[in-house]
Design a protein around this ligand. Structure first.
Ligand code: MLT
Length: 243
């Protein structure tokens, strides 16, 4: 189908899961973004052989799954919770232990964003670590795209919006394929200001400071690195699976 005959699609950015109901459209693909670190960790887990991931919004659900014998990663406020197998550091998912397994993950923001957007046409996981594969796939879906930033406890955060801007810039190069939403426009301009050195641009952001104070600068650098995997996790029922 040539670009002319394609219907005008919209790419927009939802800056917080709390705003999702305003943006929800039945026909739209949602990309859940939690760069530091949930969606980066999920992409890493798939790249290292995990079979499925069950994202759960509450610690109680994570505890139930742990009791049933599942491998569980649980984090709140950037800290790995006691009594579980992993926190939310992508490095901890670079292990044979998860190969072929179904694991459970619960995080402060990322799994909440997945939870609120379950009724979307499709929900996929985006991170800098799978950005090219993700954008190549989005370009050929002929669907509008909502970039859902997990933020921090329903507040705006910089890193998720930066990633949304990077995706918007890539998709908007597809001439005449997409309309900008204002959120996509703003995120794109932000990304253009940061793209030469995202780490420096983010140095004073709240979660970068929080993670740096915990000695997790390595996680930040990894989560800002491009194309560590070509895997796009997609939600099928309660599971995230490899597309
Ligand atoms: C989140 O879900 O907000 C983040 O992944 C938290 C973190 O891992 O530091």
């Amino acid at each position: 189908m040539d670009v002319k005959s394609k219907k005008k699609l919209v790419i927009d950015v939802c800056l917080s899961p709390a705003l999702y109901p305003v943006y929800h459209r039945d026909d739209t693909i949602v990309v859940v973004i939690d760069i530091l670190r949930a969606t980066s960790a999920m992409c890493t887990a798939f790249h290292h052989g995990v079979e499925k991931i069950i994202p759960v919004a509450s610690v109680d659900e994570a505890t139930e799954y742990k009791k049933q014998g599942f491998i569980v990663g649980a984090e709140r406020n950037g800290i790995a919770l006691e009594g579980f197998d992993f926190g939310n550091s992508p490095a901890s998912y670079m292990t044979e232990k998860i190969k072929g397994q179904t694991i459970v993950i619960s995080t402060t923001n990322g799994t909440q964003a997945i939870d609120v957007s379950r009724n979307a046409y499709k929900v996929v996981i985006g991170a800098f670590t799978n950005i090219t594969a993700l954008c190549d796939w989005l370009k050929v879906q002929n669907r509008s795209v909502l970039l859902l930033c997990s933020g921090w406890k329903n507040r705006f955060n910089l890193e998720d919006t930066l990633f949304a801007g990077a995706v918007a810039e890539i998709l908007l190069k597809e001439k005449d394929a997409f309309h900008y939403g204002d959120g996509a426009l703003a995120a794109k301009f932000m990304y253009q200001a940061a793209q030469n050195n995202p780490y420096k641009y983010l140095r004073n952001s709240s979660h970068t400071e929080r993670l740096s104070a915990m000695g997790l600068k390595g996680d930040i650098k990894y989560c800002l690195s491009l194309d560590k995997t070509t895997i796009i996790p997609i939600l099928e029922g309660k599971y995230l699976v490899k597309m």
